[in-house]
Design a protein around this ligand. Structure first.
Ligand code: SAM
Length: 318
């Protein structure tokens, strides 16, 4: 995310420097006809990181390339790659690889920041966990975000190709730790009962219905998954409310889902959680979406296979 974020706000100077970085890598790896990603990574890691944006842009350009390389490792689930899939043993043509890298860099240069334009704006990227802190109180005039939905999509596993690139070119990411810090992670860890008790009544009623469902693991895994999600979403909403200035506007995009025949109105839950922290609901705009993970899972409950709609929820801080 950080590399993508930085790439999205990089200037034309950063893109020019990223091109130079690729040129230096080409010199370091020599003239072997075939190379591996490990060789490229080793050469790239030799380069000092003088300009973080240029460094990130060069890395982010390779993300789509990594996806193409791992295509063969896809499973039936479109967001999943075979366990243990790696680039090991892949031999790449030096010439083709370098040409693709430069072309991909060119492709993403359309994201170039407007900072140098006369009416451009300055953007900075910060990292954080929305459940813990989003920054100073009353710092922002607005927020636009979309939390993970209740689809049990494993964002970390779904971005395996990008993580493998990071492992070669940057630093080995702690994937288990990242998976655990995802709101809505399918790797659930229990939240204390008193946190669940602090949830609004409508959400607690929903959780009781899930826990009481007759299907397997409803009272154990699924109750834990859903209750952890709502406790973490409540913490995130509290932090969003904290960092917004009075009168600031916000928009949160979510998609509703279902557990067996129980409908889970996530948009309504966001509205209720927001109002607790002074985020006054203004309007909700619904739009059709066919991008739901459960639409492609043929074993999913028939409710889950219905086309999903996404909602943009607009609010204002009191
Ligand atoms: C539905 S996606 C939204 C993607 C975003 N709209 C975009 O275009 O990149 C949910 C995002 O929430 C992020 N996320 C998950 N847990 C988080 C947490 N605890 N704090 C901050 N972001 C988190 C995930 O990394 C994922 O990118």
């Amino acid at each position: 995310m950080v590399h993508l974020g930085r790439a999205r706000v990089a200037s034309s100077v950063d893109f020019a420097e990223a091109e130079e970085l690729i040129g230096t890598v080409a010199e370091i790896i020599g003239n072997e006809r075939n190379i591996s990603l490990a060789t490229i990574g080793e050469a790239f890691r030799e380069l000092p990181v003088g300009n973080e944006s240029a460094h990130s842009v060069a890395i982010a350009a390779l993300f789509p390339y990594a996806r193409t390389l791992l295509k063969v490792s896809r499973t039936k689930n479109p967001s999943w790659f075979k366990k243990g899939a790696t680039f090991d043993g892949m031999s790449l043509s030096r010439c083709e690889f370098l040409a693709s890298w430069l072309r991909l860099l060119q492709d993403i240069s359309q994201w170039r920041s407007t900072l140098e334009d006369p009416d451009g704006v300055a953007i900075s990227i910060e990292r954080g966990d929305s459940r813990k802190s989003l920054g100073r109180r009353d710092a922002f005039d607005g927020i636009l975000t979309s939390p993970p939905y209740l689809t049990r999509l494993d964002y970390v596993q779904a971005t395996l190709p990008e993580f493998l690139i990071l492992k070669e070119l940057d630093a080995v990411p702690d994937m288990q730790r990242l998976r655990r810090s995802m709101l809505g992670s399918p790797l659930t860890s229990e939240r204390p009962e008193r946190s669940v008790e602090r949830l609004p009544t409508s959400i607690r009623t929903l959780l009781s219905r899930i826990a009481g469902h007759t299907s397997k693991a409803s009272a154990s895994y699924y109750y834990r998954f859903f209750s952890t999600y709502f406790v973490d979403l409540q913490a995130s909403m509290r932090n969003i409310a904290k960092v917004l200035k009075g009168g600031a506007s916000g928009c949160i995009v979510v998609q509703s889902s279902s557990y067996k025949e129980i409908m889970i109105d996530l948009a309504e839950a966001v509205v209720v959680l927001g109002e607790e922290f002074g985020l006054q609901h203004q309007s909700t705009v619904e739009f059709g979406s066919r991008r739901s993970i459960s639409l492609v899972n043929t074993r999913a409950h028939e409710n889950a296979r219905k086309p999903k709609s996404e909602c943009a929820i607009f609010f204002r801080k009191a």
